[in-house]
Design a protein around this ligand. Structure first.
Ligand code: MTE
Ligand code: MO
Length: 201
């Protein structure tokens, strides 16, 4: 006799919205920091773009907010396994900053660095073309300090360690200069859809 097993159970179909090896964290947004959350007031926050650019520039809170606003609504993926669907960030597209600093043709990579000392390295192409933000709002509220407020880098198409909290600046380079996690065995690009978790993946 045929018995339909597990009829009431949920089918074990991989969620096509989840990169390989990730799980849906639901409403949880874990805090992952290798650093103590700094006491950084918006009035003391600055963001600098330098290195291989025509015009090295520094923005303070007011000047950054004078740039056209831009929002991201979508997913974020942490290399430890959790993904969060439908995250809502707002801030300014990184393109708006780069348009003013004007990267030189020789610039191929970037190191993003935080006011706390954290660094992470990325190909410049992953920071341009509407794929990266300086974000200071989450769900319409100021970004909480433990999540990088007053402002963080947001590069949601890569694993979340690339999204430096308490962002202080981006230096453009003509070579890859591994940041904190990249020096500790993590992948130089970190594309979750290709499961680029560790160096060599
Ligand atoms: N300045 C700074 N940025 C950081 C980190 C950090 O330790 N310091 N951790 C990274 C890692 S490993 C992850 S997964 C995300 C976590 O962001 P969240 O705490 O908002 O979830 O921030 C990234 N940005
Ligand atoms: Mo992480």
């Amino acid at each position: 006799m045929n018995v339909t097993r597990g009829f009431t159970g949920r089918p074990r179909v991989p969620d096509p919205g989840l990169p390989p090896g990730q799980y849906d964290a639901g409403d949880d947004w874990p805090v992952l920091s290798a650093e103590v959350t700094p006491e950084l007031a918006a009035a003391d926050w600055t963001f600098r773009v330098d290195g291989l650019v025509e015009r090295p520039l520094t923005w303070d809170w007011a000047r950054a907010h004078a740039l056209p606003g831009s929002a991201y609504e979508g997913d974020i993926h942490c290399v430890t396994g959790w993904s969060r669907f439908g995250a809502r960030f707002a801030g300014v597209s990184l393109d708006a900053f780069l348009d003013q600093a004007r990267p030189l043709a020789s610039a191929t990579h970037a190191v993003a660095y935080a006011h706390t000392g954290y660094t992470t390295s990325l190909p410049l192409a992953d920071l341009t073309g509407g794929k990266a933000w300086i974000a200071w709002e989450y769900d319409g509220e100021p970004l909480p300090a433990e999540h990088g407020g007053p402002a963080r880098l947001l590069v949601p198409h890569l694993y979340f360690w690339k999204s430096a909290k308490w962002i202080a600046g981006i230096r453009l380079l003509d070579h890859d200069e591994p940041g904190f996690w990249e020096q500790n065995g993590y992948h130089e690009r970190g594309n979750p859809w290709e499961e680029q978790r560790y160096s060599g993946d």
